[in-house]
Design a protein around this ligand. Sequence first.
Ligand SMILES: *[C@@H]1O[C@H](CO)[C@@H](O)[C@H](O)[C@H]1NC(C)=O
Ligand SMILES: *[C@@H]1O[C@H](CO)[C@@H](O)[C@H](O)[C@H]1NC(C)=O
Ligand SMILES: *[C@@H]1O[C@H](CO)[C@@H](O)[C@H](O)[C@H]1NC(C)=O
Ligand SMILES: *[C@@H]1O[C@H](CO)[C@@H](O)[C@H](O)[C@H]1NC(C)=O
Ligand SMILES: *[C@@H]1O[C@H](CO)[C@@H](O)[C@H](O)[C@H]1NC(C)=O
Ligand SMILES: *[C@@H]1O[C@H](CO)[C@@H](O)[C@H](O)[C@H]1NC(C)=O
Ligand SMILES: *[C@@H]1O[C@H](CO)[C@@H](O)[C@H](O)[C@H]1NC(C)=O
Ligand SMILES: *[C@@H]1O[C@H](CO)[C@@H](O)[C@H](O)[C@H]1NC(C)=O
Length: 671
Amino acid sequence: MFVPRFFKLLTLIAFLHAVAPIACLTFNKPGFDQNDKTIQISQETSAISQSAIQVTLDNSRDYALKNLSGRAWYAEPFKLWRRGGGVDPITASFNSTFVINISPANGKTPVAEGLAFILTANSTVPENSYGKWLGIVNEKSNGSSQIVAIEFDTMKSYPEDLDDNHIGLDVGSTYSTIQFSLNDSDVQLSNGKDIRINVLYDGKNKNLSVVVAPNETTEFITKFSFSESINLSSYLPEDVYVGFSAATGDQIELNCVKSWSFQGEDIGGRSLLWVWISVPTVALLILFFVVTFFLYRRRKSRQVDPQRAYPNIEDHIRSSTAPRRFRLNELRKSTGNFNPKTKLGKGGFGTVYKGIWRNKEIAVKRVSKKSGEQEFVAEVTTIGNLNHKNLVKLIGWCYESRELLLVYEYMPNGSLDKFIFSDDSREELTLNWETRLSIINGVAQALEYLHYGSQKRVLHRDIKSSNIMLDSEFNAKLGDFGLARTIQDKGKTHHSTLEIAGTLGYMAPETFLISRATVETDVYSFGVLLMEVVCGRKPEQQIEEDTYDSSIVNWIWDLYKKGRIVDVADPRMEGKFQKEEMERVLILGLACCHPNPNYRPSMKIVLQVLTGEVEPPQVPLERPSFVWPVMPPSLSKLENSTTGSQLAPFSELTLSTRRICVYQEGRTASL
Ligand SMILES: *[C@@H]1O[C@H](CO)[C@@H](O)[C@H](O)[C@H]1NC(C)=O
Ligand SMILES: *[C@@H]1O[C@H](CO)[C@@H](O)[C@H](O)[C@H]1NC(C)=O
Ligand SMILES: *[C@@H]1O[C@H](CO)[C@@H](O)[C@H](O)[C@H]1NC(C)=O
Ligand SMILES: *[C@@H]1O[C@H](CO)[C@@H](O)[C@H](O)[C@H]1NC(C)=O
Ligand SMILES: *[C@@H]1O[C@H](CO)[C@@H](O)[C@H](O)[C@H]1NC(C)=O
Ligand SMILES: *[C@@H]1O[C@H](CO)[C@@H](O)[C@H](O)[C@H]1NC(C)=O
Ligand SMILES: *[C@@H]1O[C@H](CO)[C@@H](O)[C@H](O)[C@H]1NC(C)=O
Ligand SMILES: *[C@@H]1O[C@H](CO)[C@@H](O)[C@H](O)[C@H]1NC(C)=O
């Protein structure tokens, strides 16, 4: 235990060395990758996709593209200047070339607002810096911010702006000190063509020059250029971040950076402060190690390490880029030593407490020791690596003194089931149609991301209303990844461990036969969830007769046949919805619950239906019967030859108290 900790500290020191400003910054990015930790982006408003930085989000998903401001920057700061012997500071020269692409989003013109190359003291994108502020400053910081930007403005947003196709040099504000129209150069910033830009700064002569050309030319044919004398050291601190900012307003556009190279001059002079801090720190650390080592040896002879009890858990988690590791004491303190008063709820794998950590509300799940090990590792390794606005964020974990703890962002409105299944008709517990629709949409986006958007395909395997959390604005966030499985190879579409897990009522009929999780089984559960949200009923709730045939799916299908599908809407909405929209959504739900997995839409299609881009798939009036044996498309291709062995999969059925998995002979076909 001592030795790994020692190495951890050494790694930390090495890391500190790495992030401490170094004199010379040079990189070349012909494209961008989500996993590239050297490129940082503003998480909510930017993305890296199609091997480019979308400085404001792109339209590959159903993002709201209006009024966005985003930034992307190189993680390490650049040493721009330092005090030398003379009066004038020594200023670094740099040379940066990048290819940008600004295009109308969803074909909408006119476009707005623009993109900028920035050198800044503070990399965080300012709040409300959308629209004419271009992500550079906001109303408050305009005029006082330590930032220099070269703007590529596609909209004339105030009288001083030249036109809707100009370049400007902005110092501490978005009010350009000089600006040039690109009209004469026949470069149109926002026509979706790749534009190559070179920014050169001569630190000695304080001369900044910018060259613009279409990227399609192989040589650097200059279409437009300007140079300006500017003393950057007067406006910027010694260490600056280099990057891009962009914004949209009521009109939108796609702001994309496709490649970026940067060469900064080495002006030497690593900060002396660093030396002053690091030398005594290292000395102290060595002393600390020696003392700890002896204390530890003495203690070890008396005590067995409690963590040895679960040797694999730490290995599993450390192998992934996991979220923050918490100390048990921190979490004890934040929850009042797991005070029952802070208890938020109890789930199958543990109890959830509310805590306060660094003035932030958090939810701490204390995983039960016996049953939850596997789920604990599943959560940390799956959602720990994912980032999406519709997934519950895992802030950290703790594994200490046999305690397995998971720390999430706190969701003020709790889980969805509380709202849709409550008999209470108080207004604050009743969701209106718009909210329900946005919840369905949110879950669909989360699932689409799990299935197609992240590096590895993830199957959630337990979509249900109690696993959907609601934030203060009733945005849906998918949580509880205890059963989730990651498929390493993205080409594969199923998880191949023979084990049945999930929650009855949400499980696709074929689950019991193929005993595999597939993308299609997730889609089925999503369909059931969609229906619940619309109807406010539990999937297994007995509706007419006392059989499974009265499940929510059959019930709705029945009314669909009778042409009365809209009747299923939760009466608490008091009919306040658009009938056609309701019908579309319900038909989509039925399509997702098609007994034959081959006919279920993918989550990509589901999203397109929800945004109104395409019509819902055709659904037969009569619920088709489940034909056996049926293979989901993803399995039938791959494993036809092994079908025989799958006919007796039930030997490895996992039974858990919460997720009932019952198989009864002769029942499967009618599930
Ligand atoms: C965008 O911001 C403007 C000005 O702040 C506001 O009038 C408009 O309603 C906003 N649009 C959206 C879609 O939020
Ligand atoms: C700047 O960098 C580009 C590409 O990296 C290079 O072609 C060009 O010669 C450099 N310019 C100067 C002045 O060093
Ligand atoms: C950077 O800017 C953000 C947002 O404008 C602000 O919250 C933060 O305090 C700033 N950081 C520093 C170090 O000034
Ligand atoms: C922003 O600041 C600049 C320079 O301080 C000033 O000239 C300009 O009027 C300001 N713009 C707005 C919209 O406040
Ligand atoms: C550039 O062209 C646009 C559209 O044709 C026009 O509105 C604008 O005034 C022109 N800019 C200048 C500086 O002439
Ligand atoms: C600034 O740099 C540009 C391009 O490198 C050059 O053409 C121009 O003469 C320089 N201006 C001064 C004042 O040095
Ligand atoms: C820009 O043009 C260069 C040279 O033709 C090419 O190598 C590069 O891939 C292009 N970049 C982009 C982003 O299209
Ligand atoms: C540039 O700015 C720095 C800091 O404000 C100042 O000390 C220096 O004299 C300036 N240099 C020139 C050439 O204006």
